[in-house]
Design a protein around this ligand. Structure first.
Ligand code: DAH
Length: 331
């Protein structure tokens, strides 16, 4: 075998290889187990031929090794330049989604009450007249029982007109102490305008225990009002009427426009109404089988759209559901 010719041919092939894959083929061809060189080495009989073959093997191995390193470096360089990113180039702004304002307020209210040790319970949107009216002490003939005011599915079933039925269901299922809030959609047969919508949201609250007083109620609502509207807002409570509370009150915050001095927004009273509340009527306790001599409690029910309008000062609640991003993105 012509060792010199073989070595020349191998070195030429090494020099001609232009990629890591190609040099790998060359290595197998000239140094692999079935290469001419390796077969010859296995059959060598005399010393001179052995020395010559081994010298050629070492030369070819070194050539392959250094060419491989060279090609690997070149390929890495090519990738580094090719995949380079100019981090200073301007990019298209990525618009992040966000929660709807009503969802944000809903979670804020839940957080306030979870922090006070209350539970959040789910109510039902399809209610029976038993929970929506009877258990809440609505007398027969009350206008809310009329299909002119409420959306009935049949004689017994109605889309809940308020979140208050969740109070009755919770009390019927459990014994005091109860500290719970329940938030969700309610339905009324109202024509939409700036301050009315046939579907809106309420937060219901209920606390029942021994020795609960009106002071506990106003203290709790005061805390909620300040959490929602800011520590600097004044709060006030006035007497009112609801069938399921006695006494009943309505909560007010100081007007955000005139700060209590009187303006057109607050109709020159300095105060804006936020929602109803009261001490649970003994008739409600009797309906669920609680002893009204032993337990007292308070409840409240506020509209979330109303809270949103008062806090963010927009005049028409229909904006909330028009889904115009120019409006919803503000919050
Ligand atoms: N359910 C009443 C409404 O929709 C709001 C309300 C007032 C709820 C007083 C209460 C309450 O729990 O105690 O107008």
């Amino acid at each position: 075998m012509d060792v010199e010719a073989l070595q020349r041919e191998a070195l030429a092939a090494v020099a001609a290889a232009s990629s890591v894959d190609e040099i790998d083929v060359v290595r197998v061809d000239y140094l692999g187990r079935k290469s001419a060189l390796k077969l010859a080495l296995r059959e060598v009989r005399d010393r001179e031929t052995g020395i010559a073959l081994n010298a050629a093997r070492v030369t070819i191995e070194q050539a392959v090794e250094s060419r491989t390193a060279e090609l690997e470096r070149a390929e890495l360089d090519r990738r580094l330049t090719g995949e380079q990113v100019d981090v200073t180039l301007p990019v298209d702004a990525y618009r992040r989604g966000r929660l709807h304002l009503i969802t944000q307020i809903r979670r804020e209210v839940e957080d306030v009450f979870l922090g006070l040790g209350y539970r959040v319970v789910d109510g039902r949107e399809v209610e029976t007249t038993r929970y929506n009216f009877d258990g809440l002490n609505f007398p027969a003939g009350h206008p809310a029982r009329s299909p002119l005011h409420s959306l009935f599915l049949d004689e017994q079933r109605v889309l809940r007109t308020e979140t208050s039925p969740s109070q009755v269901r919770t009390m019927e299922a459990e014994q005091p102490p109860i500290y719970m809030v329940s938030l969700g959609r309610v339905y009324r047969r109202d024509t939409p305008d700036a301050t009315h919508s046939p579907i809106f949201h309420q937060v219901e609250g209920l606390a029942v225990d021994e020795g609960i007083t009106l002071g506990d109620l106003t203290g709790t609502l005061d805390f909620l009002l300040r959490a929602l509207f800011g520590a600097d807002r004044g709060t006030e409570f006035r007497t009112h009427y609801f069938p399921f509370t006695e006494p009943s009150i309505e909560a007010y915050v100081s007007c955000h426009v005139c700060d209590g001095a009187g303006c057109t927004v607050c109709r020159h009273s300095g105060w804006i109404e936020v929602g109803g509340a009261g001490m649970v009527d003994p008739a409600v306790f009797e309906f669920v089988g609680y002893d009204p001599e032993r337990y007292t409690g308070f409840a409240f029910g506020w509209g979330l759209e109303r809270i949103a309008m008062l806090r963010h000062e927009f005049p028409d609640l229909r904006e909330l559901w028009r889904n115009d991003l120019r409006f919803t993105r503000q919050f």
